[in-house]
Design a protein around this ligand. Structure first.
Ligand code: GLY
Length: 336
């Protein structure tokens, strides 16, 4: 819908009535430029609240939207949205039920950022399902940003998190099958899930983000991916926007992917263009072996515009906006 028609429609609906009438009064005696700025502000407001996430995770985005629609903030929305997938034992790339490392240990990475630029991250966490909530506790209850391994687990237990076995029968069977050949070739789920990353904008227009993963299946013990690295798997600047990543963490870390996307938006790129440029930063590298792995980004700017792009086919996002919880296929780079 064109912006003018959109505003016209909005002004005759219940939702748009108040701002519609304020537009009419604002237009009296003000410059065309100011009027256009007002229109832009109204359109931006109409985009809230908004949730986007990597992959097909409608239950997770629905949870986040429920929080936003009942007056919750973006930080609560992304935490509780991510928790839905962490608790989903059928999702073998996140939380409880995640595929283990080569030694059979399920180890989790997660991070979270709020509207103030505060951040918390946890890496190589074992036996705790809700890594994203541990990351939030680190952000809010400690002077630190990151905790790793045994220290992170002890911290979580001290905060009341339950210690449990995260290796499900199904993930154990998959690992035992993998062990027969035990080829150390990182497996990235090109056509399935990987990291769940989520961005939300609340009714105040504030943005937060989070991501959570069990990382590469059958990775070396001790390996940490992008999801725990602020700026790589996740970055938020509440003046500009946010980005979350999925795919091969090593490639994302080497280009500080999510930070790059936000900085490109700061330079004036749309979320879509910023995601495309950040993917090309990977594929354009000399000797890039981009055909062998997947990376995907989803971004949101302060206007509530969104974009996504990946290297390979079959990356998708879920976007909950304006009463619709949609699963959307992403465009991608490798069309050869
Ligand atoms: N993006 C998840 C990982 O590489 O660990």
């Amino acid at each position: 819908m064109k912006r003018r028609n959109f505003i016209k429609t909005a002004s005759i609906t219940g939702v748009g009535l108040a701002i519609g009438s304020s537009l009419i009064s604002c237009n009296d005696g003000i410059s065309k430029e100011s009027a256009n700025q007002n229109e832009d502000a109204i359109v931006d407001t109409m985009r809230r609240p908004l949730v986007v996430a990597t992959w097909h995770v409608k239950a997770a985005t629905a949870k986040a939207m429920e929080i936003l629609q009942t007056g919750g903030n973006a930080l609560d929305a992304v935490e509780h949205g991510c928790k839905v997938e962490e608790a989903n034992k059928k999702n073998q790339t996140v939380g409880n039920g995640g595929l283990p490392d080569r030694d059979g240990n399920v180890t989790l990475d997660a991070s979270i950022m709020d509207k103030y630029g505060n951040c918390g991250s946890v890496m190589y966490l074992q036996n705790i399902t809700h890594a994203v909530s541990v990351a939030r506790k680190i952000m809010e209850d400690t002077p630190h940003v990151m905790l790793a391994g045994e220290g992170a687990k002890q911290f979580a237990v001290s905060k009341g998190f339950k210690s449990e076995d995260l290796l499900t029968e199904s993930s154990k069977r998959a690992w035992e099958k993998w062990k027969i050949e035990a080829k150390y070739k990182p497996i990235i789920n090109i056509e399935n899930h990987d990291t769940i990353g989520m961005l939300a904008m609340d009714n105040n227009g504030d943005i937060s983000g989070a991501c959570t993963t069990s990382g590469l299946a059958y990775k070396l013990g001790g390996r940490v991916g992008d999801s725990a690295i602020i700026g790589s798997g996740l970055f938020i600047d509440n003046d500009i926007g946010g980005c979350v990543a999925t795919g091969l963490g090593e490639a994302i870390v080497k280009t500080v992917g999510s930070f790059l996307v936000v900085e490109l938006m700061r330079q004036g790129k749309s979320p879509q263009q910023a995601c495309e440029d950040a993917i090309k930063r990977i594929t354009n590298k000399p000797k890039s072996n981009f055909r062998d792995f997947q990376v995907g980004y989803v971004a949101m700017n302060k206007k509530g515009e969104t974009g996504c792009y990946s290297i390979q086919k079959s990356f998708s996002i879920t976007k909950f906006h304006n009463g619709t919880n949609e699963h959307i296929q992403s465009d991608y780079f490798n069309k050869s």
